[in-house]
Design a protein around this ligand. Structure first.
Ligand SMILES: [Zn+2]
Length: 76
């Protein structure tokens, strides 16, 4: 399999537009992303690139878990 084939295969798996957000955007959108996640909304569709960033950035992933636990407790 060539590199080009691999990219095409990956493209089919993740979809055409899977931009990864940066830490700044991640920080700005984290509240909303957590709320969407807890509400059972398709958070990954609403804020494309967040999941990709959280999977690749331990610091933001930790923030996400903390906030999710916090908001989740408040929501009962
Ligand atoms: Zn980050």
């Amino acid at each position: 399999m060539t590199d080009s084939d691999l990219k095409q295969t990956m493209g089919r798996l993740v979809g055409p537009a899977a931009p990864e957000v940066g830490c700044d955007t991640c920080f700005d959108e984290l509240d909303r992303y957590v709320e969407l996640t807890l509400a059972g909304e398709p958070a990954d569709q609403r804020i494309p690139g967040m999941r990709a960033h959280l999977e690749g950035c331990p610091a933001c992933a930790e923030d996400f878990r903390s906030l999710r636990d916090l908001v989740g407790r408040e929501g009962g």
